[in-house]
Design a protein around this ligand. Structure first.
Ligand code: 5GP
Length: 202
């Protein structure tokens, strides 16, 4: 009971470094499963099918939703994103820690279905640093950057609804991943997740 896996939900604005933190977290760890989302967004440079996302058409995405194959889904910046249910369910039931890197709307959908899910928000050191990181990516148009910044403001306002907040300092993603591991350990040892059954002598 004490070593049951956790459902970890990692959110935070685009450009905050969630992906790097999650990669540090799951790298070489067989008891962590990183969920691969489905999306109707077009692949970016270097993104790979089945590794970064499952890239599908909008019609195919909605077919999967209708078949009940998504744990949650949302429309974000004009594209659908969702968590495929069967793989995450299989790994979760096998006792692994399942990690979803998803935005706030999806995070709250999951929390209402699975209240034991642990919500972790990754916060930038400042708004200015977030903007600089987004611009540094060089993968987006100015219009897309402005849209992402306005979405970021909304997401930052939802931070108090998360169970934990980690400020991801520049170049310190490995430290942030370490904090996530410490949260996992504390959650696993929490009395709310189960009390060891000790048989006391008469
Ligand atoms: P991007 O297009 O930059 O890869 O992702 C945009 C946003 O969608 C990010 O905040 C990312 O965390 C979120 N996202 C990725 N996959 C999912 C998903 O399966 N469900 C939800 N709700 N959001 C997702």
């Amino acid at each position: 009971m004490i070593n049951k896996g956790l459902l970890l939900i990692i959110s935070g604005p685009a450009g905050v470094g969630k992906g790097t933190i999650v990669n540090y977290l799951v790298e070489g760890e067989s008891n962590y499963f990183k969920s691969v989302s489905a999306t109707s967004r077009k692949p970016r440079y270097m993104e790979r099918e089945g590794e970064d996302y499952y890239f599908v058409t909008r019609a195919e995405f909605m077919r999967r939703v209708k078949r009940g194959e998504m744990l949650e889904y949302t429309e974000y910046n004009g594209n659908y994103y969702g968590t495929p249910l069967p793989p995450m369910k299989a790994h979760f039931e096998a006792g692994e820690n399942v990690v979803l890197e998803i935005e706030t709307d999806g995070a709250f959908q999951v929390k209402s279905k699975m209240p034991d899910a642990v919500l972790i928000f990754i916060c930038p050191p400042s708004y200015e640093q977030l903007e600089a990181r987004l611009r540094g990516r060089n993968t987006e148009t100015e219009e897309a950057i402005i849209r992402r910044l306005s979405t970021a403001r909304h997401e930052l306002s939802l931070m108090p609804k998360y169970d934990y907040i980690i400020v991801n300092e520049d170049g310190k993603s490995d430290l942030s991943a370490q904090y996530v591991r410490e949260i996992v350990r504390a959650e696993q040892l929490s009395s709310k997740r189960g009390i060891p059954h000790i048989i006391l002598p008469e």
